[in-house]
Design a protein around this ligand. Sequence first.
Ligand code: FAD
Length: 438
Amino acid sequence: QEPIQVIGGGLAGTEAAWQIAQAGVPVILHEMRPKRFSPAHHTENLAELVCSNSFGAMASDRAAGLLHEELRQLGSIVISKADEHAVPAGGALAVDRGQFGEDLTQTLANHPLIDFRRGEVTAIPEGIVVLASGPLTSPDLGADLQRFTGMEYLNFFDAASPIITGDSINKDIAFMASRYDKGEAAYLNCPMNKEQYLQFREALCQAEQTELKDFEKETAKFFEACLPIEEMARRGEDTMRYGPLKPVGLSDPRNGERNYAVIQLRQEDKAGQLWNMVGFQTNLRWGEQKRVFQMIPGLEKAEFVRLGVMHRNTFLNAPQLMSASLQFKERPTLLAAGQLIGTEGYTAASAGGWLAGTNAARLALGKEPLILPVTTMMGALFEFIRSAAPKHFQPMAPNFGIVPDLGVKIKSKPEKYGRYRDRSLADLATWKTENLAV
Ligand code: FAD
């Protein structure tokens, strides 16, 4: 049997290669380290954790914790090794990164069906392939991916605005309208008077920023066309009012007048559960983003499912290119997972690796590829990257805002999230019996 090729031995590639081998199909796992390092990786280990050693909250009524639990139920190697090498971290699943990486490297290298090759892949191979080369994909492979997908479908930078849950926005203040009443009312608008605007600007100018990594400094020039909101605030008192906060073409339904400034929120998902702050890409520290953005009228109690970032990140326009089985529409024998498809974080990358690996093996065995139930965190994440609006597509971390509504109003968040968890694990158990039982 022709081996499947997995490109990249990060979080996604490691999980994918393991699932393929466990399905009885031979696999070649290509990892360019230590022959070549990305600017953020420093070891030879598989699944190197490039920054924090945490996989996020452990409790299964939190989005990250539910994803861990789903992956446990599905036999994930990454989560099983994370559990084995966990260190105390106050409610988070954090690991001893050295032991975790070494153990995974040994375990995969010792699997009889895994041919572990150290070397860079510079072009997408023929056959069944899983692409998992991550946010810092090597430049040659990046160029080939760009050729394959078309220029505009591959991004090298992530300049993302925060995303807020719809039910945390105060709709007595924020109003639905499109500028100049063009088309259907499509934006939620948060109005500001002059005093509120000046205080907000002052807070933005004073707020603490994150440090750019050295390898990101040279790329900062690319952001001139897409300035961070705090930089815009610093450039002049009215700069934001001529940019994303311009009040023209909108009148406040409370008094029919034009406001001094307006922040617009654009719908991010089909169900309208998530709203994106238009033009609010930012380098502010996460805590500072919450503090300052909650000064915006209507967002006092905003719940952020993603905060703004501006950093180097290779990712595909997945909604244009991929299906929820993580196959490319144009070439179903090519699959992809991890940061490359626009999921955010270690656990989400492992989850993508699980599905892409499982489906690659199924293709090799002549079986139908699988799609996970959308009521699971994994299924919801892959459904999001398939169905998000391609024009504004930005990477997404696991969160309860992407999971289908329960259909009943539950005020208490712990209870609501507990219900999401129960529904997910029940549906996953049924799905496993229907799809994975031999
Ligand atoms: P990676 O884990 O990066 O794996 C990709 C692998 O492919 C690498 O080992 C790389 O060497 C290899 N590779 C690349 N090109 C080739 C090639 N041509 N041939 C062969 N091999 C190749 N997420 C978090 O959850 N927490 C964090 O704290 C965090 N910090 C981050 C800090 C930085 C600087 C960056 C860039 C990202 C960070 N992320 C963090 C996001 C993180 O990258 C993902 O969560 C996760 O590592 C993505 O997994 P992946 O498998 O997609 O990519």
